[in-house]
Design a protein around this ligand. Sequence first.
Ligand SMILES: [Zn+2]
Length: 433
Amino acid sequence: MTSPRVLRGRLLDLTADPAVAGRDALRYVEDGILVMDGGRITARGPADEILPTLGDTPIEDHTGKLILPGFLDLHIHFPQSRVIAAFGTQLMDWLERYTFPEESRLADPDIARAMASFFLDELLANGTTTALVYGTVHASATDAFFAESAARNTRMIAGKSMMDRNAPDFLRDTAKASYDEAKGLIGRWHGAGRQMYVVTPRFAITSTDEQLEACAALTHEHEGVFLQTHLSENDREIAFVRELYPWAKNYADVYRHFGLMGPRALFGHSIHLDDSEVAMLAESGSAAVFCPTSNTFLGSGLFDRDRLAKGGVKIGLATDVGGGTSYSMLETAGEAYKVLQLRRQTLRPLDAFHMMTRGNAEVLGLAHLIGTLEIGSEADVVVLDARATPAMAHRMTAAAGDLEQELFVLMIMGDDRSVAATYVAGERVVRPR
Ligand SMILES: [Zn+2]
């Protein structure tokens, strides 16, 4: 028997896409109670209704603060926590100069475990409770990541990177070895507790035809695994793909040809797409993942959200650390707003908070488990304080009672300092010092 955990505060989640349902998508209780037990949300509602049913169960008081579902980050690299803020390059040079040498260190499982541990603690400190995670080419490093995630009981989706060409020898696998290693990892971790697997060819450039075929086989042979890779991020990358696959209509056509598109496939960046590529993503039910801090940091380009949305493409939001510059989904939403400003598009606060929670969960097909504060959902929760810093508190004096302004302040000025608490499967996370 576990004992219930009871939170009091301002409950906020989204029950639909506000782009469709408008403000009706917002579910908000000013003085609310959230009850969590056995890893799930078991009750929720106004304090005056729920409190009398609770007897003398102790209450964790977050009055005045917002209680939301934990954030989801749909594209991030756990081995790159020391590559973040690496000066002066764009994608291809950045990989060669900074990223590949650093990723090679994770051949040592002790280093991998320490990296995974730091990374997961950092995500949780930022209120991110689920992420779609790239590992290195080393299967043992992805084992280490899953072991650390399992120890924290976080719902993480991770995979070993597959690269059998155009990468340094010390980071290269083969089509056969990568298939066998991924299969082993799926057997050990996919569906073990809260862990899930994502088949992870780094991108078309670093895989042979045989390896891309092996990726398709893995997704067909194992129920419920995801697929993630990079698509159309940078001009030099796109030109190289054209050289390597002269028969392909375009970059996306390579992935389509090898059977890698589908409702569980997520394509990071998807910036420079032609109309037929947009149609391929939409028709296959694949998702494009918007990584704003990475796209501006590496000078890759400006994601065209409206064009993809109009074309019927599912869109996720992500940090892409270490090309991305922040672990915070709040800061990421703020930077997404700025990128879209440059495109003469907009990101309303409700849409941003939907993307970070239920929207990203919908992209994964996991909104029945995570991304809302629905009764029965897994109890991953973040508590936010829009007055966390003096500048925020000062700004908030001009926003009293206006919830959408408060959310906007959080996404423009907020970061890990705005995260008052994080709960994973109903347990409060305590950050190791
Ligand atoms: Zn990436």
